[in-house]
Ligand binder design. Structure first.
Ligand code: ADP
Length: 336
């Protein structure tokens, strides 16, 4: 029963490599049916494997073999087993599906590569401009131009590092957040005011509609404010001058929601599913130019999920984008 219901596959081979026991999971993971012994299995899998090294494993050793079967990554762990006289009498193979693990590991590697790349770009220009300034005599105007590049690239690095720190704090659940009761409509208006300068610069029209019956929500107010600011500033960033942005705050099925709709550049279909990924940007060069780190929406997702809410994005390329954030509202009896 144990073997039958385990999530790991188990195969026991005798000294000659014949299968003594195999559980259903092992058959399924390795995609095998009637194979009787070691050679048949690995022939079917088309994997070169050193049978001698495995069959004559020393008592205290073990061996691992990673193989790919279709889309799956499988790890087989071989260890010798002994009979009652302490003599080695065969090998046990534990078969595990490590697809998820491999995926996570690749994501981690990609993340490190992305971070290094994102930091390297500004560092290269800072060093470049600083060296140039040191080497030559430049007039005041040129010096100022170089210094302003150095300063803005430095600031970009600072933003990036600060976003990375935020992300890592949320990742490791180190943000306990100050959970308070507040009104989503008021917060939305406050965020709009905070972005007034950017909005005016682009001559955009931003309207905020709050339906009257939105109950208060109990959540990490600073976190939610950060998310709204990010979503709204994306709407401002990715909407051309004279564009329209609408904010709706309302209540549906026990959730308070905030919807930000813009009539900006939109997001192509093929990119839409990936905008919540770390460092994913539809147009890398342009987003960077606008001061984007590519981390905003991934941080937003972390924060919203920790507050038991959801964040979704809809968009039509060239037409506009709609982001909806939902957060569970307090039921009437929960209100003070
Ligand atoms: P960034 O810091 O680059 O803005 P985000 O994580 O906030 O990063 O957003 C990821 C990407 O999603 C952006 O680079 C942009 O391409 C796209 N995006 C987000 N919001 C909008 C929007 N309102 N309109 C068009 N594109 C958007």
């Amino acid at each position: 029963a144990i073997l039958l219901h385990m999530t790991d596959g188990i195969i026991a081979f005798d000294k000659d490599g014949n299968i003594m026991i195999i559980n259903p999971v092992a058959k399924e993971l390795l995609n095998i049916e009637n194979e009787k012994n070691f050679d048949q299995i690995f022939e079917k899998l088309d994997v070169e494997i050193n049978k001698e090294a495995i069959m004559y494993l020393e008592n205290w050793t073990s061996l691992e073999q990673k193989i790919n079967i279709g889309e799956k990554n499988i790890n087989i762990y071989f260890a010798p087993y002994k009979d009652e006289n302490n003599l080695s009498s065969g090998v046990i193979a534990v078969v595990q599906d490590i697809t998820e693990h491999v995926k996570l590991d690749n994501m981690r590697k990609e993340f490190v590569a992305d971070v290094s790349h994102e930091l390297k770009t500004p560092i290269t220009s800072i060093i470049g401009y600083a060296d140039t300034l040191q080497e030559g005599e430049y007039d005041r105007a040129t010096q100022e131009k170089f210094l302003s590049v150095i300063s803005s690239e430095g600031r970009r690095m600072a933003d990036l590092v600060s976003d990375l720190l935020t992300l890592s704090r949320y990742d490791t659940n180190r943000v306990t957040g100050n959970i308070t009761e507040f009104d989503l409509g008021e917060l939305a208006k406050k965020c709009q005011e905070k972005l007034e300068i950017e909005i005016e610069k682009k001559h955009q029209e931003v309207e905020c509609y709050v339906t009257a019956d939105v109950p208060p929500i109990k959540a990490d107010k600073n976190g939610i404010e950060r998310v709204i600011l990010n979503v709204l500033s994306n709407a401002v960033k990715y909407t051309p001058e004279n564009g329209n942005i609408k904010i709706y705050v309302g209540f549906v099925y026990n959730d308070a929601y905030i919807k930000v709709i813009d009539n900006g550049i939109g997001i192509p279909k093929e990119d839409l599913g990936r905008v919540f990924e770390r460092f994913y940007r539809v147009d890398k060069a342009r987003s960077r130019e606008m001061g984007g780190t590519g981390l905003g929406l991934s941080i937003a997702k972390e924060i919203i999920e920790q507050n038991k809410g959801s964040i979704d994005i809809k968009s039509e390329y060239g037409k506009g984008t709609e982001v909806v954030i939902r957060i569970p509202a307090l039921k009437k009896e929960e209100e003070k």
